[in-house]
Structure formats: structure tokens, C-alpha cells
Write a protein that binds this ligand. Structure first.
Ligand code: HEM
Length: 239
């Protein structure tokens, strides 16, 4: 279901004469500077976000700023964390929009989103449960175990979000590189991506050529190989 919705998002909005390569999404993906600027902003704002989170988490673990009350440090730093978070989310969504189908079926992107949800759940747990008792431990150099646990989960989940974010750029464990039936293949719902890729390849090979009006699949030129053109999507998952 999401696959079809994202395929639409990738191909339709902004497209002229029904040509998917002119859609906003594909123009962004193929842009000379815009994609790189967006990713650069994503990385810089995540440094602001992760750097400020790290300071507060280390205080909660009792490992840094032990003589500064938690609330004093948090009140100073929270606006910067929020600014970083808003920027990283906005730029992340724009990057996702540039190639939604690919990211939706990426093992790494999915792992990143799982840890993002875990980090968010941890924030809610800390805010609505642990933080209620802040008056009791605000000044303590070493806060209670529940506070340390929240800080540990926060640090670990953000570190994994960053690691998986970086790994998203790599091609290993992409659908076409994984054997059907493998764990990664099922986790990334590769079947629907490979089915769509096969359909696109079939459509491509059945398109009449401009010069002859003949279907390329039936009449390969005598001096050309019968392999699919380089631009055509892979028809079979490669192991
Ligand atoms: C605090 C939250 C986030 C963190 C810490 C984070 C972290 C990262 C990192 C480290 C990269 C790799 C940058 C590089 O070195 O090339 C990255 C790339 C990316 N992020 Fe995020 N991200 C976050 C939120 C999001 C969100 C909410 C989305 C979208 C819904 C998103 C989408 C992307 C995309 C599409 C890429 C590009 C992957 C590629 O190279 O093709 N990110 N992110």
C-alpha cells in the first residue's frame, strides 16, 4: 500500500505530460546542488541536535557537569536541541522525498526509523514518568537509576539512528542485492519493489523504438547484445 503511494509521490506531483522524470521528486534527486545542500544541512543540524543531546545525557548519567543542576543545564540547552531537531526532521523529509520508493525499501532506512521511534518513545517515558521526580534529583551529581537508564537508551538510540543514516547511502543489502526469502529481503518488503522493477523493465522492453516503431524486445539490432539497456531496472534480484 505504502509502496504504491510513494511511487505516486515519486512520479506524479509536478510531472509534465505524464513524464515521471520531470516530477518534483525526480528533479530534486537529479539536481546539481539542491540535494547536496539539503543533505549538508541535514548533517550539520544533526550535529547541533546530537551534540546538545549528548551534553544533557552525560549530565543525566552523572558523567559530566556534575555540579550544575540538571534543570539549569537543560533549560539553557533545550532550545538549541529543538532547533536542531526541527531542522534535521525537515531536511530528512526533503531527502526522503527525493527517492521515496528506494528509501522505503532500504533495510538501513527502516532500521533508522525503528531507532527514531524508540528514541521518541524514550523521550515520552522520561518526560511523563521520570521527570516528575526532578525536584528530588535535580542537584544530585549522580541521578537515580531510572534517569540514567533514560539517558543510556537515548544515547544508544541516537547513535544507532546516526549509524543507520550513514549506512543508507551504501548499496549492500539493497533489494536487488539480497536473495529472495532472506531476512533482509522480507524486512525491506523487497517483493513489491522487485515486482515493480520487473513490470517497469517489461514496459521498457515493449516500448516501440522511435525510428522503426518496432518493439525493442522482439527486434534487437544485429550488432547489439541482447542484454537489457543499462538504464532499464534490474529484472532479477542479484545474489
Ligand atoms: C534526529 C534524527 C535524524 C538523524 C540523527 C539522522 C541522521 C542521518 C545521517 C547521519 C545521515 C547520513 C548523512 C551522510 O553522511 O551522508 C542521514 C541521511 C539521510 N537521512 Fe537522516 N537523520 C535523522 C532524521 C531523518 C528523518 C526524519 C528522515 C526522513 C523521514 C531522514 C532521512 C534521511 C535521508 C533520506 C538521508 C539520505 C540517505 C542517503 O545518503 O541516500 N533522516 N541522516
Amino acid at each position: 500500500m505504502f509502496h504504491d503511494l510513494l511511487q505516486w509521490l515519486q512520479d506524479v506531483p509536478g510531472a509534465t505530460d505524464g513524464d515521471p522524470s520531470t516530477s518534483w521528486s525526480q528533479q530534486l534527486a537529479g539536481s546539481l546542488h539542491l540535494w547536496a545542500l539539503t543533505e549538508g544541512t541535514h548533517v550539520l543540524s544533526l550535529m547541533l541536535f546530537a551534540g546538545t543531546i549528548l551534553m544533557v545525557d552525560l549530565r543525566m548519567l552523572g558523567l559530566a557537569f556534575r555540579n550544575v543542576p540538571y534543570s539549569t543545564l537543560n533549560n539553557k540547552i533545550l532550545p538549541l536541541t529543538i532547533a536542531g531537531f526541527v531542522l534535521v526532521m525537515l531536511t530528512g523529509l526533503v531527502l526522503f522525498f527525493s527517492n521515496p520508493v528506494h528509501y522505503y525499501h532500504s533495510v538501513w532506512f527502516r532500521a533508522k526509523m525503528i531507532f527514531l521511534v524508540l528514541a521518541a518513545a524514550n523521550i515520552f517515558w522520561f518526560h511523563f514518568r521520570v521527570h516528575r521526580t526532578v525536584a528530588e534529583w535535580d542537584d544530585r551529581p549522580s541521578p537515580p537509576a531510572a534517569v540514567k537508564l533514560a539517558a543510556g537508551v537515548s544515547l544508544a538510540s541516537w547513535i544507532f539512528v546516526i549509524i543507520f543514516g550513514r549506512l543508507t547511502a551504501f548499496v549492500f543489502f539493497e533489494c536487488e542485492n539480497m536473495p529472495p526469502g532472506s531476512l533482509g529481503y522480507a524486512f525491506a518488503e523487497c517483493e513489491s519493489e522487485m515486482r515493480a522493477a520487473n513490470e517497469a523493465a517489461e514496459e521498457y522492453s515493449e516500448e516501440p523504438t522511435e525510428e522503426t516503431g518496432e518493439e525493442t524486445v522482439d527486434e534487437p539490432a544485429a550488432d547489439e547484445s541482447t542484454e537489457a539497456p543499462a538504464e532499464a531496472p534490474a529484472t532479477e534480484p542479484q545474489e
